[in-house]
Design a protein around this ligand. Structure first.
Ligand code: 13P
Length: 254
């Protein structure tokens, strides 16, 4: 039995106005704001992040962003930096999500710069990796995940690694209703754990949380979360309603 605290993180993506986000956050705080058994994180869009953060104040629910720019400030129109996120009490940031990689041209090198910036400013990066359907069918899943992980975490020190969270999100399972089987997910999670052992040593690798993402729902979560190397979930669709999100938190608390 490991001692890793499970994480349930809601990635709201481009959903919820500020007012809608506040309402959802209020329901979440009312239900799980005082529990500490599971690390609960909500990641609203930038326009809602500060107002949602105010709702979370004094609770155990953590605030995350969906992206950041690697520089602290400057002429980067449309971007938001790590110090800006820290100033509104964000603690987590999703980096390298497959939607950012495929739709916005993010590279492993860019994800790496952002990861180092997040760590420098005491934000916990949730570094996303995962293969496309074509890559899985070509049998290159582990190779793809290895490249993304090793490049994404380049230059991260052993002490910093304690703050890193990895999310395995098979691209073909995101928003499609097609969840990876528990065997498929556990296989990749165990492989990632092995890579982390090589990068940071066994003791540190046993502390790092590896989340599964891709159509995780209350119905399939208990089995996924029971796997040895699955330490929580990065949730899209099911994080947009309090009821399903809270059921996932409950499943992780078991
Ligand atoms: P879904 O849960 O909607 O499949 O999204 C997963 C995801 O991309 C979380 O980051």
């Amino acid at each position: 039995m490991n001692t890793r605290k499970k994480v349930i993180a809601g990635n709201w993506k481009m959903n919820k106005t500020s007012a809608e986000g506040v309402a959802l956050a209020q329901e979440i705080v009312a239900a799980v704001g005082k529990q500490g058994a599971v690390e609960v994180v909500v990641c609203p869009p930038f326009t809602a992040i500060e107002s949602v953060g105010r709702v979370l104040e004094g609770s155990e629910v953590r605030l995350g962003a969906q992206n950041l720019h690697a520089e602290a400030s400057g002429a980067f129109t449309g971007e938001v930096s790590a110090p800006m996120l820290r100033a509104i009490f964000a603690t987590h940031v999703i980096l390298g999500h497959s939607e950012r990689r495929t739709l916005f041209g993010e590279t492993d090198e860019g994800v790496n710069r952002k990861t180092l910036a997040a760590l420098k400013h005491q934000l916990r990066p949730i570094v996303c990796v995962g293969e496309t359907l074509a890559e899985r069918e070509a049998g290159t899943t582990l190779k793809v995940v290895q490249t993304q992980l090793e490049r994404g975490l380049e230059g991260v020190s052993r002490e910093q690694a304690a703050s890193v969270i990895v999310a395995y999100e098979p691209v073909w399972a995101i928003g499609t209703g097609k969840v990876a089987t528990t065997e498929q997910a556990q296989e990749v999670h165990a492989f990632i754990r092995g890579l982390l052992v090589k990068l940071f040593g066994d003791a540190m690798a046993q502390r790092i949380r590896i989340l599964y993402g891709g159509s995780m729902k209350p119905a399939n979560a208990p089995e996924l979360l029971a796997q040895k190397d699955i330490d929580g979930g990065l949730i899209g669709g099911a994080s947009l309603e309090a009821r399903s999100f809270l059921e996932l938190v409950a499943a992780a608390a078991k």
